[in-house]
Design a protein around this ligand. Structure first.
Ligand code: V55
Ligand code: FE
Length: 497
């Protein structure tokens, strides 16, 4: 057993698991709703080797792709490493060769210049392809049936950007995938590539623009008319990297910015709006337009939510002291100037989940994990070091908030949403719940009624193996899965043995 550092990034829920398993027909308590047919893919960082540096973080963990497959009321579970160039090189060497998070100057000489992404953030489904994406590189394509890695993916060689965001936006009507890459021209460049792939996955547009500074641009948004690029002041610096330092440092005294351009327009049409200093959001709930107004709803905090990005910027604050909530920034595109209106539209929380059909549209309901005000201390785990302890359901018109609280010693991961065939019903949620059990942890997959979350799980799927905290997930219906580009033959042949 390799010796992992004795830090919160490798202990408690963050303990490395490193199991590649395939389990058929898991034990289900309760009944799986008939609407749920398909696959819940999850991206799970799990370090295959002990890191070169003891201050390594969970965001560096090798990407695993995991799948809960729902077929006729039964559930199968699979998880495998994404065979990135980095994973392959380290596997061969039987030890870590790559150094600190997003700092290639700390890598061993034999891997200098090699693709160092770990493909650990989002399983993106588009045009029949499953892509495992991390924002520091290009995606890896994975066979959704076998979970075997196909290889690095660049839209058939068309993509020029060196990077692709883990937060793409798929338009529910056109089927187009809108995305971008930052540090697109290389390490610490202000180049941002804005891209659109059509419903068949062909890259139709790639235009580059300059960000106001090198920022951690984790998420963006679209509306029917606009593409929206928030820039929060967590910055990178090449000299710091060369000195072996952190990629990201938060700047409490630097302005935030939002760039907005017509989504099918030219980057020369980008308008920049100046926002408050020091604020940060990793995830956006949604955006939509209303005449000339553009509304952007973000899980905003008054500083960066990651302790190591604050510390690198000399900001020493506890996780409990962070202030924020679901915050709406409203831009009037008919008026000149750099200013916009701010309002609070929901409580604090993160890892927001929207119905796919509401993407870029006015929306009625949404869900997000948060910290249970009536719960005990959160479990230690995830990249921030503290896990979420409740799920919230928000009604945007009435302001109503429902809560699924968990007792102390439990944690929840990001949910996916599955549409319902029942008229007026807002669908189902699937999410992994972890529970402390002595010195160990056990996990279950919960099926929750999206309109009645306070009732808890309607079905619980038991896991016979421990799980690592997931980053993001993606629901792929049985119909989408049947239309995938990668063959199912290999999976069927393996099953025939
Ligand atoms: C995030 C996750 C990442 C990363 C940067 O959720 C930001 C935020 C799992 O990797 O590299
Ligand atoms: Fe994210």
């Amino acid at each position: 057993m390799p010796k992992f550092p004795d830090t919160v990034q490798f202990n408690a829920l963050n303990r490395p698991v490193r199991l590649e398993v395939a389990v058929r027909d898991l034990t289900v308590e309760g009944e799986i709703p008939a609407d749920i047919q398909g696959a819940f893919f999850r991206a799970v960082p799990d370090p295959a080797h002990a890191p070169l540096h003891d201050d390594d973080i969970a965001l560096s963990g090798d990407g695993m792709v995991s799948r809960f497959l729902f077929e006729g009321g039964q559930v199968d579970y699979d998880i495998r490493y994404v065979h990135t160039a980095r994973y392959a090189a380290e596997r061969k060497a039987r030890k870590a060769l790559f150094g600190r998070y997003r700092n290639p100057f700390t890598d061993k000489p034999e891997v200098q210049g090699m693709d160092r992404t770990v493909a650990n953030t989002t399983p993106v489904w588009h045009a029949g392809r499953l892509l495992l994406v991390k924002e520091d590189g290009r995606p890896y394509e994975v066979n959704p049936h076998t979970l075997e890695t196909v290889g690095s993916y660049s839209f058939g060689g068309a993509l020029k950007s060196h990077t692709m965001t883990a937060h793409v936006r798929v338009d529910p009507e056109t089927g187009e995938m809108f995305f971008y890459g930052y540090e697109a021209g290389g390490l610490c460049t202000t180049d941002v590539a804005y891209c659109i792939a059509d419903r068949d996955g062909r890259l139709q547009y790639e235009q580059w623009f300059q960000a106001p500074y090198v920022a951690s641009m984790h998420d963006f948004a679209i509306t029917r008319k606009w593409a929206i690029f928030p820039v929060y002041p967590t910055t990178a610096d090449l000299e710091r990297l060369k000195a072996g330092g952190e990629h990201w440092a938060h700047q409490q005294d630097l302005e935030s910015w939002v760039g907005i351009m017509p989504r099918y327009g030219n980057v020369s049409e980008m308008r920049w709006f100046k926002g408050p200093k020091g604020v940060s959001a990793f995830h956006l709930m949604n955006a939509f337009d209303e005449g000339d107004l553009v509304h952007l709803d973000a899980c905003l905090t008054d500083t960066n939510a990651f302790p190591f990005m604050r510390e690198a910027g000399g900001i020493h604050r506890s996780q409990q002291s962070l202030q924020g909530g679901l915050t709406r920034w409203t831009f009037d595109m008919s008026r000149p100037g750099e200013s916009f209106a701010v309002s609070m539209v929901g409580p604090p929380g993160d890892l927001p989940r929207l119905k796919d059909a509401d993407q870029g549209r006015p929306y009625e309901v949404c869900w997000m994990p948060s910290i249970n005000p009536q719960g005990g201390p959160p479990l230690a785990g995830g990249p921030v070091g503290t896990a979420f302890t409740c799920l919230l359901r928000l009604e945007m018109k009435t302001g109503r908030v429902d809560l699924m609280g968990l007792p102390p010693g439990m944690a929840i991961n990001e949910p996916v949403h599955i549409p319902s065939s029942r008229p007026g019903h807002h669908g189902w949620l699937l999410l992994v719940v972890d529970r402390e059990a002595g010195d160990d942890y056990v996990s279950e997959l919960w099926v929750v009624d999206g309109d009645n979350i306070s009732a808890g799980a309607v079905a619980r799927v038991k896991l016979p193996v421990p799980l690592r905290p997931q980053v993001h997930g993606w629901w792929v219906s049985a119909e989408q899965l049947a239309n995938s580009r990668q063959p199912k033959a290999a999976a069927d042949a393996a099953a025939a043995f």
